[in-house]
Design a protein around this ligand. Structure first.
Ligand SMILES: *Cc1c(COP(=O)(O)O)cnc(C)c1O
Length: 442
């Protein structure tokens, strides 16, 4: 079956790059890839050792998207994008798939760096410049800024709400410099998002200023997130005790907000990766767990929690999940279970994992562990391994973590360096006209 890139609402993109440059589809839907190559042989393969992540990722991309290889080849793209790797670490009855060893200490580095690597290669081939314009409520901006930092043909402009992101998050945005500018908006995150939307919806302005979005619905951020699920499944397979037919099936618990991460896991599964199932773990923003148990989808305004990167009341990737299951609630609920975890349980879980196992986790990962424990996903037949995705480094959420556990988490050098540097940003009123003027003058 040839590969087709189709929006959840039907429009077909001419190429992978068209989808990457556009972000959202012109019909308002989200792009998905149809006809991905089978990934089963990549996981179920006799090997003495699974290759290092970047090499494995190159192999996986070649298997997934054989027809769409950029001219330099997938291995090159993956090597440039992933100078860091996931790790599997035991925590009680679970394995934590640590996804926070990248430059900004959260899993969003995988998506942002892959997208940057792809756009850089394509611009080098066809020439031209572009400006990535993005709004952030905290974590995304840092990952995107860091991923595109220092690239020749791409500028990045990040809007963030003044006084509403953490000091560390602000430092991560404002200390990059060079081709990455931070704009501090006198308003809320919704104002930032509205300004960005206004510029994108004006096609004359967006063409004049060569604007591209790098937001979390971009297909270029979704595809690479399948790679670490596959890597984990391959590592578990190569470490199995049983016979060749005794295929271990990981059960993945995914701390979720916009559900991009979980969607990437489902895509890997539907392309042949062995898995026993998925657990969608949310904080108090329980729209998807509620849908899974009741069949009724009721988005609502988000509630603020200590796992703030998951404070989403209307998950943008739900439309993708629905398409992947052909709108069939029963099919989705057969593969994916849901659980919502309150604040008290999240704190108690951070404390318990530290006291019982000496493992310090961020509040998002704690939501995953609490959900996995409540549903007993590790108490299953031997063949099944519980894998909980570790989405951020605990040092990124120092105050919450030390409040819950009584100990200061280690702060990685790369975070400490940002904290020590003076930040720089442009202050701006929340008006799209101001932003256009400023972009023209630059
Ligand atoms: C973004 C984020 C999440 C949620 O991921 P989604 O793909 O939006 O579901 C969870 N944890 C952390 C630390 C994040 O930054």
């Amino acid at each position: 079956m040839p590969i087709t890139i189709r929006s959840t609402r039907g429009t077909v993109a001419e190429s992978l790059f068209e989808a990457l440059f556009r972000g959202a589809a012109p019909d308002g839907g989200l792009y998905l890839v149809e006809g991905l190559g089978s990934l089963r042989d990549l996981v179920i393969r006799e090997r003495t050792e699974v290759p290092p992540f970047a090499r494995f990722a190159g192999e996986a991309l070649s298997a997934m998207l054989p027809d769409l290889s950029p001219s330099e080849g997938w291995e090159q793209v993956a090597t440039r994008a992933f100078p860091f790797a996931p790790r599997l670490q035991p925590a009680g009855a679970h394995l934590i798939l640590e996804l926070f060893h990248g430059p900004t200490c959260a899993f969003k580095d995988f998506g942002a760096r892959f997208l940057a690597s792809m756009l850089e290669a394509e611009l080098a081939r066809r020439g031209g410049r572009l400006t990535i314009l993005t709004a952030t409520s905290g974590d995304t901006g840092g990952a995107v800024g860091s991923a595109f930092a220092g690239l020749d043909n791409i500028d990045v402009v990040i809007l963030y709400p003044s006084g509403r992101i953490s000091r560390l998050q602000e430092k991560q945005l404002t200390t990059i410099g060079g081709n990455v500018s931070a704009v501090e908006i006198d308003g809320a995150f919704d104002d930032c998002q509205r300004m960005v939307k206004e510029l994108f919806s004006d096609s004359a302005v967006s063409a004049e200023l060569h604007l591209t979005s790098a937001n979390s619905i971009n297909l270029g951020r979704l595809l690479p997130q399948s790679l670490y699920y596959l890597w984990a499944a391959a590592v578990l397979y190569s470490a199995r005790d049983g016979s060749a037919d005794d295929v271990p099936a990981p059960y993945f618990t995914v701390p979720s907000g916009n559900f991009g991460n979980l969607t990437s896991g489902v895509i890997a599964f539907q392309s042949g990766m062995p898995a026993a199932g998925f657990l969608a773990a949310t904080n108090l923003n329980d729209i998807v767990p509620h849908y899974l148990s009741s069949g009724s989808y009721e988005p609502k305004p988000s509630v603020a929690t200590i796992s703030n990167a998951m404070d989403v009341g209307s998950p943008s990737n739900f439309e993708r999940l629905q398409t992947l299951f052909s709108g069939d609630h029963r099919r989705m609920a057969t593969l994916i279970r849901g659980a919502s975890v309150n604040e008290e349980t999240t704190r108690a879980t951070m404390r318990r994992y530290y006291e019982e196992f000496g493992v310090i986790v961020c509040p998002h990962t704690a939501v995953g562990l609490a959900a996995a424990d409540r549903l007993g996903v590790a108490e299953v037949p031997e063949r099944v391994r519980s894998v909980v995705l570790g989405t951020a480094h605990p040092g990124k959420f120092c105050e919450v973590v030390s409040g819950a556990t009584g100990v200061q988490p280690e702060i990685p050098d790369r975070l400490q360096r940002a904290l020590d540097l003076p930040g720089e940003s442009v202050k701006m009123a929340p008006e799209a006209g101001r932003l256009i003027e400023w972009l023209r003058r630059r």
